[in-house]
Design a binder for this molecule. Structure first.
Ligand code: TUI
Length: 315
């Protein structure tokens, strides 16, 4: 048993949240995580609102447990996606890549729990003032779009700056990471990469295998000149993207080059020319297993870790 105030706020068994990953986090993965006692999340990403609506309807058929929707705030469809989550009375809304401030009234009109991802103390404080229920402090170890601070540095600073619960993300994939997050003052964790390498994740098999094969130094950050740095696994696309960046290409040229690359990797399994977003913790992930085994394994390991380290304080 591992229980924190996050479990009460969200109505879940374990304080483990699945990351909202574009082209990855669909109804099947979300329902599997919620059924296993965590909080599953459907990621809207850049998808049109009607895709999000279908996934919400599917998830409600697959599980009676709470689940959430992640809204990627740079999406061209963000206003329509907000209306869909409100229409379907989604219980938990996480956001990424921006500030959800202007949508707060709509979210609160359905009494949803709102949990933005933040990459800085300043945004965490702004979000607390805007009335959010918790924040996810996400370090730059994460896959996909990232901020500048590491999880180790960001989490305790956010914990000290706000009164609402903080959920740690970035570089967490096992029981040691969960206990470390608690030690930093977090009340829960969000994991992305670990759940990609699960049986229920509907992504292309080659993408999951690329994560399992990856070693500690196999991720790289592209897109810095565009203002949207993105962590991906090193591959041909990554090399070409970095070369283009170093050649002084314009933001438009870089954005054009990157277009459609995540879908290519995630849905078509082209892990050579596609963008394989994944976190630095990929090197720790050695297997593809059922979501239930992932969550229960982490909880079991966290209990053992806690027992072992408590010995350090004796005498
Ligand atoms: O959002 C993510 N991860 C993502 S989004 C994504 S799709 C995308 N693809 C290419 C370019 C941009 C997006 C792939 N992975 N994680 C949550 C996250 N949010 N990480 C960092 C942030 C963040 C960054 C700056 C949140 C707020 C922010 O500033 C907002 C402000 O107003 O200060």
């Amino acid at each position: 048993m591992i229980k924190t105030e996050i479990c009460d706020i969200l109505g879940i068994k374990y304080p483990i949240i699945q990351g909202g990953m574009a082209w990855v986090s669909d109804a099947e993965l979300a329902a599997a995580v919620s059924e296993a006692g965590g909080l599953g999340i459907i990621a809207a990403g850049n998808a049109p609102a009607d895709w999000v609506e279908q996934e919400i309807i599917k998830a409600k058929k697959l599980t009676n447990k709470p689940f959430g929707v992640n809204i990627m705030l740079l999406s061209p469809y963000v206003d329509d996606v907000v209306d869909v989550v409100v229409k379907h009375n989604v219980r938990v809304i996480t956001t990424g890549a921006g500030s959800p401030g202007k949508y707060m009234d709509k979210f609160k009109s359905i009494d949803a729990k709102v949990i933005p991802v933040v990459a800085s103390v300043a945004l965490a404080k702004r979000m607390e003032s805007a009335g959010v229920d918790a924040v996810i402090a996400e370090g730059m170890e994460s896959g996909g779009h990232i901020g500048e601070l590491t999880t180790m540095a960001l989490v305790p600073q956010v914990v000290d700056a706000v009164k609402i619960p903080v959920i740690a993300a970035g570089g967490i994939a096992d029981g040691r990471g969960l206990v470390a997050a608690f030690a930093l003052g977090a009340k829960g964790v969000q994991m992305g990469t670990r759940f990609v390498a699960s049986e229920e994740c509907t992504i292309a098999q080659a993408y999951k295998e690329a994560i399992v094969k990856a070693k500690d130094r196999d991720t790289v950050v592209t897109g810095r000149p565009t203002g949207h740095p993105v962590r991906i696994l090193k591959n041909k696309l990554a090399r070409e993207f970095l070369k283009l960046e170093n050649s002084g290409a314009t933001v438009e040229e870089l954005e054009k080059f990157g277009e459609g690359r995540l879908r290519l990797a995630a849905r078509e399994g082209d892990v050579v020319n596609g963008s394989v977003m994944a976190g630095q913790i990929s090197g720790l992930i050695k297997d593809i297993k059922p979501v239930k085994d992932i969550i229960e394994g982490i909880v079991k390991e966290a209990n053992e870790v806690l027992k072992n380290i408590s010995g350090f304080f004796e005498g």
